[in-house]
Design a protein around this ligand. Structure first.
Ligand code: FES
Length: 157
């Protein structure tokens, strides 16, 4: 989000906070307005709305999830695949290439929908349990193509 968008977001929130009130109906109207303007609810909006409407982040998130017309911006999940020697001995390069093919991106790129970023790292320090992958802060060991695809499909944000 650039600074212009950030200011615009603050303006929308300020309008609903000061002109309409701080109840949950106003919060919902505010979120609907943000959705119209940004085509989704940016992650930055969630905390700002919680502060402005004197509520918890979980309440704002729950309201977004319960309201069909609202869609929270998806987080970019970082997949870090080991390309160290011990994992290479377990066909890490072929594994990495198959994930590149599945995501239709190369290492160092992010998918067009911004859901996944693919990286490699020379050793994830769990060599005995390779092939190894980190999915955000989750440490995955003894990975195969099928197991990693299953993990990626479990992610729904
Ligand atoms: S070489 Fe892959 S974890 Fe060390």
């Amino acid at each position: 989000m650039n600074s212009e968008e950030s200011l615009y977001l603050d303006k929308i929130i300020a309008y609903y906070k000061s002109d309409v009130g701080t109840d949950q109906i106003s919060l919902l109207e505010c979120l609907k307005s943000i959705q119209v303007e940004f085509k989704q609810i940016p992650n930055e909006a969630i905390e700002r709305c919680a502060i402005a409407f004197n509520t918890q982040i979980a309440v704002v998130k729950a309201l977004i999830q319960r309201t069909a017309q609202l869609k929270q911006e998806s987080k970019t999940h970082v997949i870090t695949m080991c390309n160290g020697e011990r994992c290479q001995a377990r066909q890490a390069y072929r594994f990495i290439a198959s994930i590149e093919e599945y995501l239709k991106i190369k290492v160092g790129q992010t998918t067009p929908d911004k859901r996944f970023e693919l990286r490699t790292q020379h050793c994830l320090h769990r060599c005995a349990m390779g092939k190894n992958v980190n999915l955000d802060d989750q440490e995955l060991t003894e990975m195969t193509y099928e197991k990693l695809i299953a993990e990626l499909q479990k992610i729904n944000t």
